[in-house]
Ligand binder design. Structure first.
Ligand code: AMP
Ligand code: ZN
Length: 111
């Protein structure tokens, strides 16, 4: 999709620190990390947010969870999976992404 930052990362027009690259999914380091490990997992196909997902996306979602688990597998203390939807949640990039956070004790509930 034109003018989408994460689509530009998928196409290679914008550089990313890629940690995992599969047919359906890309994972890369967050530019403004909120934890020692902060990786974003995105679908290569443009989806605006989790609010758009349905039964037809089951395979894509499985691939995203598999990628998140692969990233988290190195984090012995555990890890958190977050996806923000809309302004109240703080979504700032409108291409679906999972935040994988770990490497420190994470507070709950989030702010
Ligand atoms: P959200 O606020 O949930 O939409 O998350 C968007 C995330 O994208 C934020 O954590 C940003 O730090 C991250 N981000 C924005 N631009 C880039 C970039 N060029 N490379 C990597 N991460 C980015
Ligand atoms: Zn996009």
């Amino acid at each position: 999709m034109a003018d989408c930052l994460f689509c530009s990362m998928v196409s290679g027009d914008v550089s990313a620190d890629i940690v995992l690259d599969t047919d359906e999914v890309l994972a890369f380091t967050d530019i403004n990390p909120a934890a020692p490990t902060h990786v974003l997992v995105i679908p290569k196909r443009h989806v605006s947010s989790a609010a758009e997902l349905g039964q037809a996306d089951a395979g894509l979602l499985a691939a995203m969870f598999e990628a998140a688990a692969a990233v988290g597998s190195g984090l012995e203390g555990g890890w958190r999976l977050v996806t923000n939807v809309g302004p109240d949640a703080g979504q700032s990039v409108f291409h679906l992404h999972f935040h994988v956070l770990g490497g420190r004790s994470l507070g709950w509930p989030p702010g």
